[in-house]
Each structure stands twice: as structure tokens, then as C-alpha cells.
Design a protein around this ligand. Structure first.
Ligand code: ADE
Length: 229
């Protein structure tokens, strides 16, 4: 089984590369892809760079060039749901694009004709995640993740995203990866650990907690692999 593990930033995949230690590096279209083997699973690891366009390119490459059969995304997010604190984990049950706006033509926010408003994560991967959370004794919130090409550091924007999409967390790549995986019929899963609360202090909080939260998410992802072997 070939499994892709992707992040958006170097910091999000660094704990994975440190864990696997030995890997091959292959460059494609301006990104590095790391291949390795873990307990019989073939892994392809990469970070895309920030945002929906780069994330789509990386997800497509992992599937179409490297033959990934499942895709796990690991990284950090800003919390909307007040239950989520720094370092807490959220797994997306579904994802949407909060920055898509063709409401001028009567479409709901986030909707593109012939696309979907919400893209649902793979149910089997969600079940595996729940098992891992219970084994680790770690709370795991299941919820909606909203994606957009904006670092949100503003209460008004954050509240609008929360209200409009009933979103629990926000980030900048998940939904674009979901669109690619849905189109190419590859089961996917998006896991994020909270780095900030998308308010006026978000930038400082992100810088402070990016590495520690990324590590939490990566650790959980590795435990998921243990259940997939
Ligand atoms: N990823 C982590 N925090 C974020 C935020 N506040 N906005 C967008 N993406 C994020």
C-alpha cells in the first residue's frame, strides 16, 4: 500500500523525516518528495508550500506521479471552536473553501458550480483516527475545517467563517487537497493541531507554537500508520 503524508510547511513534515531517518529524495516541479518504507507500507512524504494552489499541485503529484493510494495531511490550524486549545487535535469530517465567493451569481459562499460545498474525509481513516486517539488517551475533535488563501488574524473574519460554514478550525490547504483526492478517488484525511486562535494574536501564537503543534500532529499520524500496516 502506498500512502502519501503531506504538510504545507517544512516544520510540518520535519518530525516525520526525523522519525523515519532514512529516505530517498526526489525533486518534481519545484518540490522535494521523500520516499521510504515503514512496516511494509510505502510512504511518500512532502510539504507543498503554503496555500491552496501549491497544496493541489503536491497532492496531484503524490497521487498521479507517485501512485499514492491514500493521503494523510498533517499540520497546524487556527481554532474557531472555543473548545480547541493550543496543541489540541482536530480531524476534519468535512472541509470547505471559505474564500470562494461567487455569491454575486446566487451561489452560496464556498460553492463552485459542478463542485461541492463540503468534501468529506474517508470514513475508514476517521475510524482509525478515533482508535488511535483512544489508545493514546488523547482528545480528538471531529469537525469542519475551512480552508482559504488567507492567514486569519481577525475576530470578525474568524466569526464569519465559523457561522457561515459551522467550521471548527481554519487553515490554508486542507480543502484543496480534499478536492484533488475526491476528483482522483483517493481516500484522504486531514489532521491538524492548533497553533493559534485566528485572532489578533494569531501571528505571534503561530510562530510560538508551529513546531510543537506540528510535532503533535505528526506523532498522531505515525500512530495511524501503525494501525494501517
Ligand atoms: N494555520 C494555522 N493558523 C492559521 C490561521 N490563523 N489562519 C490560516 N491558516 C492557519
Amino acid at each position: 500500500m502506498k500512502i502519501a503524508i503531506m504538510g504545507a510547511m517544512q516544520e510540518e513534515i520535519e518530525p516525520l523525516l526525523e522519525f523515519f531517518e532514512k529516505y530517498e529524495t526526489i525533486e518534481v516541479a519545484g518540490n522535494k518528495y521523500y520516499t521510504t518504507e515503514y512496516k511494509g507500507l510505502e510512504l511518500i512524504i512532502a510539504y507543498s508550500k503554503i496555500g491552496k494552489v501549491f497544496a493541489s499541485l503536491t497532492a496531484s503529484t503524490m497521487i498521479q506521479k507517485f501512485g499514492a493510494e491514500k493521503l494523510l495531511f498533517s499540520g497546524v490550524a487556527g481554532a474557531i471552536n472555543p473548545k480547541l486549545k493550543i496543541g489540541d487535535l482536530i480531524v476534519a469530517t468535512s472541509l470547505c473553501q471559505h474564500d470562494v465567493d461567487i455569491t454575486a451569481f446566487g451561489h452560496p459562499s464556498g460553492f463552485i458550480p459542478e463542485g461541492k460545498l463540503f468534501y468529506e474525509s474517508d470514513k475508514e481513516l476517521l475510524e482509525i483516527a478515533k482508535g488511535v486517539a483512544s489508545d493514546m488517551g488523547k482528545p480528538l475533535l471531529e469537525g469542519v475545517i475551512a480552508t482559504g488563501d488567507q492567514f486569519v488574524a481577525d475576530e470578525v473574519r474568524k466569526d464569519w467563517i465559523g457561522t457561515t460554514f459551522k467550521a471548527d478550525a481554519l487553515e490554508m490547504e486542507g480543502a484543496s487537497v480534499a478536492v484533488v483526492c475526491d476528483a482522483l478517488e483517493v481516500p484522504f484525511f486531514v489532521l491538524r493541531a492548533i497553533s493559534d486562535t485566528a485572532d489578533m494574536d494569531a501571528g505571534f501564537s503561530f510562530d510560538e507554537f508551529l513546531k510543537s503543534s506540528a510535532k503533535e500532529s505528526a506523532k498522531f499520524t505515525i500512530s495511524m500508520l501503525d494501525k494501517m500496516v
